[in-house]
Design a protein around this ligand. Structure first.
Ligand SMILES: *[C@@H]1O[C@H](CO)[C@@H](O)[C@H](O)[C@H]1NC(C)=O
Ligand SMILES: *[C@@H]1O[C@H](CO)[C@@H](O)[C@H](O)[C@H]1NC(C)=O
Ligand SMILES: *[C@@H]1O[C@H](CO)[C@@H](O)[C@H](O)[C@H]1NC(C)=O
Ligand SMILES: *[C@@H]1O[C@H](CO)[C@@H](O)[C@H](O)[C@H]1NC(C)=O
Ligand SMILES: *[C@@H]1O[C@H](CO)[C@@H](O)[C@H](O)[C@H]1NC(C)=O
Length: 368
């Protein structure tokens, strides 16, 4: 609650200030206004080669400037906060993605519309917190079936610069960052000015983390990226940024090192009901708890090579959140037998396999 209060106050403050010196994007002639200039000479525009709106590979994402001028947006765009933004993307059926922050608050400042031959996204009074990736993409529809044309997905990362918020405001004031030896970690101190000089600091003992080398790099759209970090990077850290004015400090980050034994699945087997007799139904459930992105393949061995009736198996998985940043994948395979007979008693083996290895676990089922 306190977090929201602070943030909301910050947002209101940001919206109150307009017009400090800003980089104005260069203006380009709207290609639709008849003639374009090339190297100082007036030339007739070439007729479009196809009906396809725009050339593949070239962004169709434009920013509407005033008086019918458009600016084609590249990978990154720096815009002043406070000034309303209109983006357009050519196409009859345009979809948009934008920072999830704007969805979280179900923000009425953002609206998207489809107007005849283009899609439109309007964001009024953007603030530093709206900094992020904005994409438009073309939906291909065939009757009622629609799909994303992945070749026509255009993105720009927009920095809403704000000299009072060199860091993109964070909802979390003390963020946990998990370090794992087998992957990179990110200290998410994103900035609103890509030119800002940013450094990473340990709180106790106070020291700056050297970025001279390849292990720690700064990406203004993500923060500090730590390649295969070790336990020596544990502790409380913050980022410091400086642009033209006084340096600014980010929120704090607690870096925690977690040993993750990436290995064969850890499997448990359970039979229900606990005891069975002839004619009963039975489920044998094989469960694996593991990393969210590691899929599991299940295989069963029935005690009898020729069971009396067909045996059904069914696999599924779900993700379970275990507090900040930790997610476990619960994968299960259920073997179901109806109308048990003597041929179904014996040892059931569940084999669970992931990219690291295979584990087999057995359970005995007998009448009684
Ligand atoms: C823009 O992004 C594309 C695709 O990610 C990349 O190939 C290209 O080099 C980037 N251009 C610039 C100027 O960063
Ligand atoms: C978001 O806001 C709109 C209108 O303000 C409302 O109709 C909609 O139900 C809201 N959605 C959520 C998830 O709060
Ligand atoms: C378009 O590309 C962006 C950036 O790669 C991605 O975040 C977004 O999900 C993509 N949109 C679709 C619909 O695939
Ligand atoms: C980076 O480190 C190397 C050796 O570790 C040193 O020679 C070089 O001067 C350093 N560069 C900077 C910019 O600190
Ligand atoms: C076996 O599992 C199915 C589906 O999960 C369930 O409907 C059924 O009641 C279970 N049977 C027993 C004996 O636990």
């Amino acid at each position: 609650m306190k977090t929201c209060l602070l943030l909301c106050v910050a947002l209101v403050l940001m919206q109150l200030q307009y017009g400090f010196s800003q980089q104005q994007p260069k203006r380009k002639k709207d290609p639709g206004d008849g003639r374009v200039r090339q190297g100082g000479k007036r030339v007739k525009p070439r007729p479009p080669k196809t009906k396809d709106p725009g050339v593949r590979g070239q962004s169709l994402l434009t920013q509407v400037l005033d008086k019918g001028h458009f600016l084609r947006l590249g990978n990154t765009t720096v815009l002043p906060s406070g000034r309303s933004l209109e983006l357009r993307c050519k196409g009859a059926n345009i979809g948009w993605t934008y920072p999830s922050y704007l969805d979280t608050f179900n923000d009425s400042r953002l609206s998207t519309n489809q107007i005849d031959k283009y899609g439109q996204l309007v964001l009024t009074a953007p603030s530093a917190a709206d900094t992020g990736l904005y994409s438009c993409w073309v939906n291909l529809c065939d009757g009622r079936e629609c799909s994303v044309d992945i070749d026509r997905n255009y993105s720009t990362y927009i920095f809403f610069s704000d000299k009072d918020n060199l860091f993109v405001p964070s909802l979390i004031h003390f963020e946990l960052v998990y370090l794992r030896p087998d992957r990179s970690a990110v200290v998410p101190c994103r900035v609103t000015d890509p030119q800002a000089r940013v450094s990473l600091h340990r709180e106790v003992p106070p020291e700056e983390v050297s970025t001279n080398g390849t292990d720690v790099t700064f990406d203004p759209t993500r923060g500090f990226v730590l390649q295969s970090p070790g336990p020596e990077l544990q502790g409380v850290f913050y980022c410091r940024a400086q642009s033209r004015g006084a340096p600014q400090i980010s929120t704090k980050f607690q870096l925690l090192y977690v040993e993750v034994p990436s290995g064969a699945p850890f499997v448990s087997l359970q039979t229900s009901p606990d005891s069975v007799a002839d004619g009963d139904s039975m489920n044998v459930t094989c469960t694996v708890l593991g990393e969210p992105e590691v899929p599991i393949d299940f295989n069963w061995i029935h005690p009898n090579p020729e069971p009396s009736r067909p045996v059904q198996t069914h696999s599924h998985w779900r993700l379970v959140k275990r507090g900040l940043g930790h997610t476990t994948r619960v994968s299960q395979s259920v073997l179901s037998i109806k109308d048990l007979s003597s041929r179904d008693y014996g040892s059931y083996i569940c084999k669970a396999k992931n990219k690291y290895g295979e584990t087999a676990v057995a359970t005995d089922v007998h009448a009684g």
